[in-house]
Write a protein that binds this ligand. Structure first.
Ligand SMILES: O=C(O)[C@@H](O)C(=O)CO
Ligand SMILES: [Mg+2]
Length: 259
């Protein structure tokens, strides 16, 4: 298992910069984060280099996060802003040598239905996928549980799989966050098997509290077996809120970390 430290969640007591060295000291070789845009890409590139870490994943700009926006890729009337912000994400990806970008669809706006949003999202993704392909980048779509993300366009795995089928772009994939999956639909092991061919990235956290994956109801043994058995050998993002010091809570991951 290749575990990636999600630096937007882990090491919350440290500055964003210091989280890179902390992840390396815990034995991670890859890191991911939600939004890198508060720092110049060159700066983050140096932090990665100094800590000998790979950049695994980050999100395209989500719109006005503080005021509740959770992505703009599916928002009618925001197409130009989407294209500009996606270009910014691409430039960060090029600088950080990051092969994955999570594109957040957004919440269904008042006055529109899911159907309108899917039409906008499909057009935006067709455009973005071609551009990303030229840069060897995979775009990811992640079903999110409505408790954490009320109003988000999709929460079910099959909704994203159907969209991926309709798009027919080989570099648009599913970001299967096992925490969201378990909360919304359960049968997480079944999802790993059923949606194997759609998966471009996996994330993990304990259910239902989003702490360490071993705290809660997830059957980690069965999950790791399923991930192995379906032949997934890529990154698994540790995207959870540590109960205490991050390094103390990594006992569940001991065998997969280089320390
Ligand atoms: O699961 C999550 O919350 C993240 O992976 C994300 O990208 C949206 O916040
Ligand atoms: Mg996630």
């Amino acid at each position: 298992m290749k575990l990636s430290a999600n630096l937007s969640f882990l090491f919350p007591e440290l500055s964003f910069q210091d989280r890179f060295q902390a992840a390396a000291a815990c034995g991670f070789h890859g890191v991911e984060f939600l939004f890198p845009y508060g720092n110049p890409a060159e700066e983050i590139k140096n932090w990665l280099k100094e800590a000998k870490l790979e950049s695994v994943l980050f999100n395209a700009p989500p719109g006005d996060w503080k005021n509740g926006e959770r992505g703009i890729a599916a928002l009618p009337g925001r197409e130009e802003e989407f294209q500009q912000s996606f270009q910014l994400a691409l430039s960060y990806a090029a600088n950080l040598n990051c092969p994955r970008i999570h594109v957040m669809a957004g919440n269904i706006p008042v006055g529109y239905g899911a159907h309108d949003c899917y039409a906008v999202l499909a057009r935006n993704l067709q455009w973005a996928a071609l551009l990303a392909a030229k840069n060897n980048i995979t775009l990811l779509l992640e079903p999110l549980n409505p408790g954490d993300m009320p109003g988000y366009l999709y929460s079910r795995t099959s909704e994203v799989a159907n969209l991926i089928d309709r798009l027919g772009q080989p570099n648009v994939k599913l970001q299967l966050d096992l925490y969201h999956r378990e909360i919304v639909e359960g049968d997480t092991v079944g999802a790993i098997e059923q949606f194997r061919n759609y998966i471009g990235h996996i994330q993990i956290a304990g259910v239902p509290d989003r702490n360490e994956p071993n705290l809660g109801t997830l059957d980690l043994k069965a999950i790791f077996k399923a991930i192995h058995d379906v032949g997934y050998r890529d990154w698994i993002g540790c995207e959870y809120n540590p109960m205490g010091a991050t390094q103390d809570g990594l006992t569940w991951a001991e065998q997969y970390l280089d320390r």
